[in-house]
Design a protein around this ligand. Structure first.
Ligand code: ADP
Ligand code: MG
Length: 452
């Protein structure tokens, strides 16, 4: 049994016994890095994960490993950073998607100059009537960046291929036009760059960097909503690039007109280009996607299995892939192909999978769980240090993710007034500028909220 298989076995076992949310939060990005003289070294992505593994999950992990290999006496957990928080494609991938994305990051390296992940290509992109138009536009743009469809604005729901399509354009351009500068950036990353450049008095250098770009790809632009300063910088960069016939490609989860508090001038700029939407793949296309992905991964399942998955998972291609990965893990573990019955059990939880939206309640629940506190403790007035920080994070998330008003947030927390909410929000924003660890912490909590 290879280290990887051994760890897959552990994960499969653990996954049966804990919630999806916990599994995604604590076990994503973990692997066995080495086994030496009876000690298994497990690498984990961050210190929170390490702490929880040691304190909460060590027993079941040890038990499973020991059953498979009696020589193992001990397990050690080491923090080994593989992903930078900026690679937030992964941050957008809650629960089952975790497995899918994890595989990607082991196999592919993100290009440091362009931020592109080479796994995303047109070759691996399945088309159907649901994405024909954006796909055709993307191909056209990749052949002639800056001259057709500018800006190209692609929108659609979560997990339907926006990032894949955007990055495919970038990868195609760097392949065909060696001299062109391409840069892929998420709106959140862009925002934090703007904030940092202002703070460090490097606004000019920041602008300069962006003005040199030939193809600028900005993912999930809806996150610029409400961030006036960032929008302003983006508008300036946009104009310079546009006037110089540089290509701009944008994605969003909704059309420009539905993005609240997006400056009118930005909106009309977007509407001046090509707007194309990705809808949902039909049943046949879902089956085709599963088959394509299987081929890529070097596995094959029966048609009835593909059809079952395709009938259950309807609105999210990332989840289709996640379901497939679950089957593969099961096959590795049992050394045989799952039959239809097993498949049904394995992906049963997808049927009841909750909607992936954030609500105030979910945020508070996730924050409480994350810090091992009771919801009551977070909501009540207490000045204990170990509670103040989580409470501030909860307030921050209510503001940041749900755009809740400060008076609303204040009331939610045992009738505190809005100045406390403002103070908490600002404090976290400030800390985020210099504290990378906090950024990770919040990413983990956000993922968690989405899996509740
Ligand atoms: P979004 O950005 O819209 O949330 P992604 O681009 O991250 O979605 O896609 C989610 C997952 O599904 C990725 O692993 C991606 O490779 C895969 N995927 C999405 N659309 C397609 C497609 N048309 N063909 C093949 N894989 C796809
Ligand atoms: Mg995306």
């Amino acid at each position: 049994m290879t280290n990887e298989e051994l760890w897959q076995a552990v994960l499969a076992q653990i996954q049966l016994n804990i919630s999806q949310a916990n599994f995604a939060t604590w076990f994503r990005g973990t692997e066995i890095s080495n086994i030496k003289e009876g000690t298994v070294f497990v690498s984990v992505p961050n210190s929170f994960s390490k702490e929880w593994m040691e304190n909460k999950y060590n027993k079941p992990i040890f038990k499973t490993i020991h059953e498979l290999n009696k020589e193992i006496k001990e397990i050690k957990y080491n923090v080994e950073k593989k992903l930078s928080p900026s690679q937030d494609i992964i941050a957008k991938a809650p629960s089952i998607a975790a497995d899918a994305d994890q595989m990607d990051f082991q196999e592919f390296k993100i290009n440091k100059d362009t931020n592109l992940n080479p796994r995303y290509t047109f070759d691996s992109f399945v088309t159907g009537s649901f994405n024909e138009l954006p796909h055709a536009a993307a191909i056209a743009v990749s052949k002639n960046p800056g001259s057709v469809y500018n800006p190209l604005f692609i929108y659609g729901g979560v997990g339907l291929g926006k990032t894949h399509l955007l990055q495919s354009i970038g990868n195609e351009v760097i392949k065909n036009f060696k001299k062109k500068t391409v840069r892929y950036v998420s709106s959140e990353k862009f925002t934090s760059e703007v904030v940092a450049s202002i703070k460090n008095h490097e606004v000019e250098a920041f602008k300069e960097k962006y003005r040199k770009i030939d193809v600028l790809i900005i993912d999930d632009i809806q996150f610029l909503a409400g961030r006036e300063k960032t929008q302003e910088e983006f508008f300036n960069i946009f104009n310079v690039l546009y006037e110089n016939n540089k290509q701009i490609i944008i994605s969003s989860d909704r059309p420009p007109k539905a993005i609240n508090s997006l400056a009118e001038r930005l909106r009309s700029r977007f509407e001046g280009g090509m707007i194309a939407d990705i809808s949902y793949p039909d049943f046949e296309t879902r089956v085709a996607i599963l088959k394509t992905k299987s081929q890529e991964k070097g596995v094959e399942f029966s048609d009835e299995i593909y059809q079952h998955i395709a009938s259950v998972v309807q609105k999210n291609i990332r989840e289709l892939e996640g379901a497939l990965n679950k089957l593969i893990a099961n096959q590795t573990l049992n050394n045989q192909k799952p039959d239809l019955e097993t498949t049904k059990i394995i992906i049963k939880d997808l049927l009841s999978s909750p909607s992936r939206v954030m609500t105030p309640k979910k945020i508070i629940e996730a924050v409480a769980e994350f810090y091992d506190l009771k919801e009551k403790e977070i909501l009540n007035v207490s000045r204990k240090k170990e509670i103040v920080h989580p409470r501030q994070i909860a307030m921050y998330l209510l503001r940041e993710e749900l755009k809740s008003s400060f008076p609303f947030i204040g009331r939610k927390f045992s009738g505190k007034d809005h100045t406390t909410a403002i103070h908490s929000y600002k404090k976290i924003v400030q800390e985020l500028i210099k504290d990378k660890k906090l950024e990770e912490e919040i990413e983990l909590i956000k993922e968690r909220v989405l899996t509740i």
